[in-house]
Design a binder for this molecule. Structure first.
Ligand code: NAG
Ligand code: NAG
Ligand code: NAG
Ligand code: NAG
Ligand code: NAG
Ligand code: NAG
Ligand code: NAG
Ligand code: NAG
Length: 432
C-alpha cells in the first residue's frame, strides 16, 4: 500500500480559495472578542473575531494585500491605541515598510484607522506566522500564512494527501507519513526552558486518529522529556537539515564580508521609580535598545537627524569569559538607538553569544525581513579558531527565528539583499 502523507501546517490545494489571481486581498478588522473556556469568559483583541486569526493563503510570487483596520478602543498604558501586524519571516524584498515592529519602520495603527500591507512573496514556500507586534497584542492576534509553490511547480516533497495547520507560535513544517499500525496517537507539546526563571509550564495534547478508530477510545498519555532537557533539545535541533536539492539549493555564503559577534546580556539600568533603583534590561554588545519615537526607516529615508546613530558595535566592547562564573562586576549597560550599516548584498555572519550575566537564559532572536542559515551552535564560549571548522556550510537549516542556547552560542549567515531603504542600505538589530 502507498504510504499516506499528512503535512501539518499546510493546507489542501483543492481549497476553493485558490483562484487564478496573483493579487490576494484580505481584510483584517481588529475587534474585541469574548471567549468562554472552562466557564471563564475573557475579552481580548482579535482579528475578525477569530482566535487564532484568519489564515492567509498565497502562492510564491503572489502579491498579498492586507487592509488592517483598528476598531478597538483600548485604554492601555502605552500612549495610544495600537495595533500593527508583522508578517513573520516573509522576505519582503523592497517592501520593508510592511515588516517591522511599530516605531521601527512604521507607526502603530490608531483606533478607526487603516493600513494597507502590500507585499510580494519571493523565493519562499511553506507556512509562516503573522502576528501583531505591539507588546501583549501578539498573544491573541496571530495566525498562519500558507505559501504554496508556484502554479505548476510541485512541492519539494511528496504531495501531501491532507494538510493541517497547528499554531504553536513557532514555524516548522512537518511532513508526517501515516504508515504506523491503525490506531490513535498522541501529539504532546511542552515549552522548553533551561533557565531558572518562571514560565508557563503547561503542556498541550492532541490526538491523531487513523480512520477506523472510534472517536471515544481512551487516550493513553505518555512521559514527556523534562522541560529543561537541554541535551534532548540540542540533539533534535542539531539533527535538522535543509533540503539542499537541485531545485531548492541551500545558498549559504562561503565567504563573509561582515563578521559580527553579538554578546547577549541581561544587565541593569537606573530606574527612579523602582524599589531597587535599578531595572533589568537586556543588551547586545552592552547596548540596550531605546525605542525611538520616529520610526527608524522613516528617519533614514527622510534623513531626520538625532533618531539613531550609526555606531552599533560589531563585537562586545569588553571581552570576558561570557559563559563562565567570573562575570563583570559592573552590571550597567549602555543604551541608545544604534544601527549597524551593511553594504547591499554583502554576506554577513553573526555569532550570537549567550552570557551568564545575571541570568543565563535561552534568548529568542529574530531578524526582520531576512531568513538566515544556522551554520553552527554549541555550549560555552564561541571559539573563533576551532568552531568555524565544524560549521555546516552544505545543508544548514534556513530560519527566521532561533533560540540562542542557554550559556552557549549560535552562528548564522545571510546575504543583506533586502535594503532598508533605496537611498541608504542598512538594517539594524534589536533584541526583544
Ligand atoms: C474588504 O472590505 C472592503 C470594504 O468593506 C470591501 O469592499 C472588500 O470587498 C473587502 N475585501 C475582501 C477580500 O473581503
Ligand atoms: C464582552 O462581554 C462584556 C461583558 O459581558 C460585554 O459588555 C461586551 O459587550 C462583550 N463584547 C463583545 C465584543 O461581545
Ligand atoms: C479611556 O480614556 C479616556 C480618556 O482618558 C476616557 O474618556 C474613557 O472613558 C476611557 N475609556 C474606557 C473604556 O475606560
Ligand atoms: C501594492 O504595491 C504595488 C507595487 O508597489 C502597487 O502597484 C499597487 O498599487 C499596491 N496596491 C495597493 C492596494 O496598495
Ligand atoms: C509546573 O509549575 C507548577 C507550579 O510552579 C508546579 O507545581 C508543577 O510541578 C510544574 N510542572 C512541571 C511539569 O514542571
Ligand atoms: C557596559 O557599559 C557600561 C556603561 O558604559 C559600563 O560601565 C560597563 O562596564 C559596560 N559593560 C560591559 C560588559 O561592557
Ligand atoms: C541610558 O543611559 C544613561 C546613562 O547611563 C542613563 O542615565 C539613562 O537613565 C539610560 N536611559 C534609559 C532609558 O535606561
Ligand atoms: C549578490 O551577490 C551574489 C554573490 O556574489 C551575486 O550572485 C548576486 O548576483 C548579487 N545580487 C545582486 C542583486 O547584486
Amino acid at each position: 500500500m502507498e504510504p499516506r502523507f499528512l503535512a501539518i501546517f499546510l493546507v489542501a490545494l483543492s481549497s476553493p480559495l485558490f483562484v487564478q489571481s496573483l493579487v490576494r486581498h484580505y481584510n483584517f478588522s481588529v475587534v474585541m472578542k469574548n471567549e468562554t473556556k472552562l466557564c471563564s469568559t475573557k475579552s481580548f483583541v482579535s482579528v475578525n473575531g477569530k482566535f487564532p486569526g484568519p489564515t492567509l493563503y498565497a502562492r510564491e510570487d503572489d502579491t498579498v494585500i492586507v487592509t488592517v483596520t483598528n476598531y478597538v478602543e483600548h485604554n492601555v498604558t502605552i500612549h495610544y491605541v495600537v495595533s500593527d501586524i508583522c508578517v513573520h519571516g516573509i522576505k519582503q524584498l523592497r517592501t520593508c515598510w510592511s515588516d517591522e515592529p511599530a516605531y521601527v519602520t512604521q507607526c502603530p495603527i490608531q483606533t478607526g484607522q487603516s493600513f494597507v500591507y502590500n507585499f510580494t512573496i519571493t523565493g519562499q514556500r511553506g507556512t509562516l506566522l503573522w502576528h501583531a507586534h505591539i507588546t501583549w497584542l501578539r498573544a491573541t492576534m496571530h495566525g498562519a500564512i500558507v505559501i504554496l509553490p508556484k502554479r505548476g511547480t510541485p512541492y519539494p516533497f511528496p504531495k501531501p494527501d491532507k494538510e493541517k495547520i497547528i499554531i504553536l507560535g513557532q514555524t516548522t513544517n512537518v511532513l508526517l507519513t501515516a504508515n504506523q499500525p491503525i490506531g490513535k496517537y498522541l501529539i504532546a507539546i511542552t515549552p522548553f526552558m533551561d533557565a531558572p526563571i518562571g514560565f508557563d509550564n503547561l503542556s498541550s495534547i492532541a490526538t491523531l486518529r487513523y480512520k477506523g478508530i472510534p472517536p471515544y477510545t481512551k487516550t493513553i498519555l505518555t512521559n514527556i522529556p523534562p522541560l529543561n532537557a537541554t541535551p534532548i533539545t540540542k540533539t533534535f535541533t542539531d539533527s535538522l537539515r535543509s533540503l539542499n536539492s537541485k531545485t531548492y539549493p541551500t545558498r549559504v555564503s562561503l565567504t563573509i564580508d561582515h563578521s559580527l559577534l553579538f554578546a547577549i546580556t541581561v544587565g541593569l539600568n537606573p530606574c527612579d521609580t523602582c524599589i531597587t533603583d535599578n531595572k533589568l534590561v537586556s543588551a547586545i554588545n552592552n547596548i540596550t535598545f531605546l525605542m525611538p519615537t520616529v520610526s527608524l526607516l522613516q528617519a533614514n529615508y527622510y534623513n531626520i537627524k538625532g533618531v539613531f546613530t550609526d555606531d552599533f558595535p560589531s563585537k562586545p566592547p569588553m571581552v570576558f569569559d561570557y559563559t563562565g562564573t567570573d562575570q563583570p562586576a559592573n552590571l550597567h549597560t549602555d543604551n541608545g538607538t544604534k544601527v549597524y550599516r551593511l553594504n547591499f548584498n554583502s554576506s554577513v555572519q553573526i555569532v550570537l553569544q549567550g552570557t551568564a550575566m545575571i541570568a543565563p537564559e535561552n534568548h529568542p532572536f529574530h531578524l526582520h525581513g531576512f531568513n538566515f542559515f544556522v551554520v553552527g551552535q554549541g555550549l560555552g564560549n564561541f571559539d573563533p579558531e576551532k568552531d568555524p571548522l565544524r560549521f555546516n556550510l552544505v545543508d544548514p537549516i534556513e530560519r527566521n527565528t532561533l533560540s540562542v542556547p542557554n550559556n552557549g552560542w549560535i552562528a548564522i549567515r545571510f546575504r543583506a539583499d533586502n535594503p532598508g531603504s533605496k537611498k541608504n542600505h542598512f538594517f539594524f538589530l534589536s533584541n526583544f
